[in-house]
Ligand binder design. Structure first.
Ligand code: ADP
Ligand code: MG
Length: 209
């Protein structure tokens, strides 16, 4: 189970992590992109935190929708619309709910993936944020099916997200700016997969509290 308060805490913690890891994400993007991923994510989440007082009294669905809309409108790079759509879609599956069940949490991540894919037209294995969110959700689903608590499932999901980040080092980018590098993108870690793994890290830290 997760409450609206936990969702708000998660948003604040993810924003903190984007500020904390801003340089690291930017350095990763410097190697295979245009060096702005950390700047984009920290700027977008800073705007979310500034606007939070205007929507934190609303329901969880409205909160997630507002986070998404803020990201879309404040981040210029590819990641703004992609993360923005993910948050908006996640909000849509929990309409009217302030207490989120295990299934709601799974549905939110599932819809976030649907949103990222409908916007970015990428699949798993193209060296994008999908390479951490997709294995993370698969792991969460498998853990729940095996009888784990949602907290333990999220712990394992975060590990799967980081394994996905490692995997991005071994593959060629075929979507986004990094795809311009072709073969030369091999050996480099994808910045968007990395920020997504920090999202699961934030979710884990909130779930484990
Ligand atoms: P930009 O590429 O416009 O500079 P960012 O640097 O903020 O935007 O984000 C780059 C990240 O976005 C990449 O590391 C990758 O994970 C993700 N990304 C790029 N294109 C796509 C896509 N089509 N689908 C999913 N993720 C993508
Ligand atoms: Mg970039």
């Amino acid at each position: 189970m997760a409450t609206k308060v936990e969702v708000l805490d998660f948003i604040r913690l993810f924003a903190d992590k984007m500020t904390e890891h801003r340089q690291e994400l930017t350095d990763l993007d410097q190697a295979i992109g245009d060096g702005d991923h950390g700047i984009n994510m920290s700027r977008g989440m800073k705007a979310v935190i500034e606007k939070l007082p205007t929507f934190e009294e609303k329901g969880t669905d409205e909160i997630l929708k507002s986070v998404g809309m803020t990201l879309v409108s404040t981040v210029g790079g590819a990641s703004g619309p992609l993360y923005g759509t993910a948050f908006m879609k996640a909000g849509m599956v929990v309409k009217g709910k302030d207490e989120l069940s295990e299934q709601d949490i799974i549905n939110m991540f599932q819809e976030a993936i649907v949103g990222i894919q409908s916007r970015g037209k990428a699949v798993k294995g193209e060296k994008t944020m999908l390479d951490s969110i997709m294995p993370a959700l698969d792991q969460i689903k498998a853990s729940i099916e095996a009888g784990d608590s949602i907290e333990d499932a999220i712990v394992k999901g975060e590990q799967a997200a980081w394994d996905g980040v490692e995997f991005t080092k071994t593959i060629i980018a075929t979507k986004g700016r990094a795809s311009y590098l072709g073969e030369r993108s091999i050996g480099h870690q994808d910045p968007g997969a990395t920020s997504m793994a920090y999202l699961f890290q934030a979710a884990k830290e909130i779930a484990k509290k």
